[in-house]
Design a protein around this ligand. Sequence first.
Ligand code: HEM
Ligand code: HEM
Length: 239
Amino acid sequence: MTSRSEGLLADGPEVRVWDLPTRLFHWLLLAGVTTSFITVKLGGNAMIWHGRAGTFVLSLLVFRVLWGFIGSPTARFANFVKGPKAIWLYLRGVSPKHLTLGHNPLGALSVVALLGLFLFQALTGLGTSDDIFFDGPLVKDLGSETVTLITSLHKSTEPFLLSLVGLHITAIVFYRLAKKTNLVTPMITGRKVIKDFDREPFDLSLKPNQPLGIQEGPVTWAKAALCWAVAWALVLSVY
Ligand code: HEM
Ligand code: HEM
């Protein structure tokens, strides 16, 4: 971690932007969603693994919602979900008073949409039946009309899920090619080089001589373990 007192590097300092729980959440979500799609297309016995992968995705999403309240500053919804004014200013290229570390106001929209739509998908999966041999765990407690409705909802979202993921990946490629900004490496390593550091003040760890960026330590791991345990307790309670 480079501190402000160590002076400016050519490109600005490298700071920690995403904590390990957020990064693990992201790449496990990608793995879980991919497995859900592959297994549902295989059908047959693979549907058991569709249910397992979908349940794992649900636990990840519940974890992420909790982490959005008590996680590191860049993971907290209150720090990145912004109103229409901030999004409009961002679109017009007006520099914010402070350079924000983490999701920009527009990217935050797509984050909320991805989390919301996949949460809807995983939750409806619990009440979905393929009418052959695989049922979500809530099917036995619901009436047949309700199961039919939930199943049709669960099966109708596929184009929206794929479009949103396509938009997400297109935006990342756009940042790479048009804005010369690599967003993927920080999501892997947790660290990001700050450009234009000398022009823009920081809005996290503002105090002089303090390390910039987010801090990680035993408290982070304890909070993440708590969120993970609560997420699994909630998910297992429906089985
Ligand atoms: C975010 C996680 C999930 C994703 C992305 C997902 C995706 C899908 C998609 C796209 C289909 C439609 C397949 C098609 O019609 O070709 C489907 C069907 C199905 N899903 Fe999920 N699903 C998820 C979670 C779950 C969960 C947690 C369960 C149950 C535990 C579940 C149970 C089912 C069942 C039983 C069907 C078959 C419905 C039928 O063929 O009539 N899904 N899922
Ligand atoms: C099923 C596919 C995917 C889903 C559902 C998904 C979902 C998400 C979500 C929810 C976030 C917000 C992270 C958070 O704050 O917790 C995010 C961020 C991010 N994702 Fe994905 N993602 C997917 C695939 C990918 C792929 C394939 C890549 C690149 C190879 C990627 C790269 C990124 C990056 C770089 C960010 C951070 C964006 C930023 O700096 O604001 N994602 N993704």
